[in-house]
Design a protein. Structure first.
Length: 146
């Protein structure tokens, strides 16, 4: 083989080796895309479906982006209870830090298990009631932002 052809083959071989080395760099590791946090997914107005197991006519939660919430319960078609405070949430539970109940100061806290379904915007919240746990399905009824 002549020297010119040898040099071309050597340059080609080195080029292939360099590209193979670059292709195996550590920055190609796949990262899991991060989406909204549970608190961000909860923001909005949630209306309870069948709440008869709670002994009420209706139950609605409003979760705000600043971490505050309001829980409105209607009994006998009359506004009965408004609970408000702050909340935190993870993939399995929501913790409520109650600041007031019907305008009266409160400093209680409680945690309820939940399952939030992204596909259809439903929140399955386990309410602790006398005699056990009652799961209520809430629907996000927040008007879409235009």
């Amino acid at each position: 083989m002549n020297t010119k052809l040898q040099r071309i083959l050597l340059a080609l071989g080195l080029s292939v080796a360099v590209f193979a080395f670059i292709g195996c760099s550590e920055d190609d590791e796949e990262t899991t895309p991060t989406g909204p946090t549970m608190e961000e997914r909860l923001v909005g107005l949630w209306e309870g479906g069948d709440v008869s197991g709670l002994g009420v006519d209706s139950s609605m939660y409003t979760f705000n982006s600043d971490g505050s919430y309001e829980w409105r319960i209607v009994v006998n078609l009359d506004l009965d209870v408004i609970e408000s405070g702050t909340y935190s949430a993870d993939d399995n539970s929501i913790t409520f830090m109650v600041d007031s109940v019907d305008g009266a100061p409160s400093d209680t806290a409680y945690t309820w298990d939940h399952h939030l379904t992204a596909e259809d915007d439903t929140l399955h919240l386990d309410h602790e009631v006398e005699g056990g746990v009652e799961t209520v399905t809430y629907i996000n009824v927040t008007p879409p932002v235009n």
